[in-house]
Design a protein around this ligand. Structure first.
Ligand code: HEM
Ligand code: NAG
Ligand code: NAG
Ligand code: NAG
Ligand code: NAG
Ligand code: NAG
Length: 279
């Protein structure tokens, strides 16, 4: 990954350049089509790739900015972000980014940064999954260093408290509204049983499940996630809409906040969430 992505961009001398959706419109006019083709192709054997690529961009951006530092492999002098707590055995899609980079290099050599590829991939993946479109501004430069301890500080864990989450997001100029909206990303993709087992069997050391969990849904989740720590690999759908019969017509964000990671659930106690739930 490192060799592929740390190419010296001619544009790296454009300090303070303005990002723009049209940044590559003359130098790589087919960029979006190329990125989409590779992703859609990968999704045929791995539908989860859309979620994985969105998360990859998020995990890139929260450490040293959206600079592709997440792609840098460890060196003897540098620990990788890939080995940070929230990434190790958990981020996916690096191989697909590598394939995209290869295809983009064929069409437009030494032109497009990996950071822009990550940003575009996240947007395209969202659209391909039925999510919203946004104009991705382009023209990012690739960073040359990774910072694992920064990744450990900034990337939220499932065990983060709400104040910790708010602090992490505010460090990036994002407030509680942004936090709740962005958490809506968990309407797709998957997590691990280890992240919710506490809620299923021993909520806050009570020896009982989280009382706010629907008991029908609790039974389903317990089947998927037995109380067996020796089997931490089981994965759960983050979007529980396939598992519960939602007659309440609540938004997808609410489904996530109610039923998945406990801490995000506490967002629903924030008044700020009310308008978002009406979306
Ligand atoms: C707000 C704090 C957040 C917390 C505590 C959190 C936590 C998590 C956890 C624990 C997982 C499961 C990872 C695994 O088991 O491998 C996950 C998956 C995921 N997260 Fe987050 N996350 C947060 C914010 C975000 C944001 C802002 C985005 C994107 C905008 C995002 C996108 C995703 C996606 C798409 C997945 C599924 C990935 C896949 O299936 O490969 N998350 N998150
Ligand atoms: C994206 O940019 C194009 C061209 O500038 C504009 O026509 C379109 O309305 C924008 N879309 C969104 C969702 O901002
Ligand atoms: C990495 O980030 C940590 C925490 O923000 C900081 O203290 C440290 O100086 C950074 N390391 C490098 C090499 O920049
Ligand atoms: C967050 O910032 C946006 C504007 O960027 C604002 O509309 C919103 O009310 C703010 N939310 C909170 C909780 O301050
Ligand atoms: C729990 O979920 C089941 C099945 O989705 C539903 O029939 C039931 O009404 C729910 N119970 C409560 C208390 O919401
Ligand atoms: C759910 O909400 C939508 C939009 O508000 C509405 O059109 C629809 O009738 C509602 N469905 C149910 C079952 O209440």
């Amino acid at each position: 990954m490192v060799a592929l992505c740390c190419l010296v961009l001619t544009s790296r001398f454009r300090v303070n350049a303005q990002l723009s959706p049209d940044y590559y419109s003359t130098t790589c006019p087919n960029l979006r089509a190329i990125v989409r083709r590779v992703i859609v192709n990968a999704a045929q054997s791995n539908p989860r790739i859309f979620a994985s690529l969105l998360r990859l961009h998020f995990h890139d951006c929260f450490v040293l900015g959206c600079d592709a530092s997440i792609l840098l492999d460890a060196t003897p002098n540098m620990e990788s972000e890939q080995d940070a707590l929230a990434n190790k055995n958990s981020i996916r899609g690096l191989n697909v980014i590598s394939q995209i980079k290869t295809e983009v290099e064929k069409a437009c050599p030494k032109t497009v940064s990996c950071a822009d590829i990550l940003a575009l991939s996240a947007q395209i993946s969202t659209t391909q999954s039925g999510g919203p479109f946004w104009n991705v501004t382009l023209g990012r430069l690739d960073g040359l260093v990774a910072n694992q301890s920064r990744a450990n500080q900034n990337l939220p864990g499932f065990f983060f408290t709400l104040p910790q989450l708010k602090a992490t997001f505010s460090r990036h100029g994002l407030n509680a509204t942004d936090l709740v909206a962005l958490s809506g990303a968990h309407t797709f993709g998957r997590g691990h049983c280890s992240q919710i087992r506490g809620r299923l069997y021993n909520f806050r050391n009570t020896g009982k499940p989280d009382p706010s969990l629907n008991t029908t849904y609790l039974t389903t989740l317990r089947t998927i996630c037995p109380n067996d720590k020796s089997n931490p690999g089981n994965i759960i759908n983050l979007d529980v809409s396939t598992l519960i019969d939602s007659t309440t017509n609540t938004s997808r964000i609410l489904k996530f906040t109610k039923d998945c990671f406990e801490v995000i659930k506490s967002c629903s106690q924030q008044p700020v969430q009310t308008p978002l739930l009406a979306l």
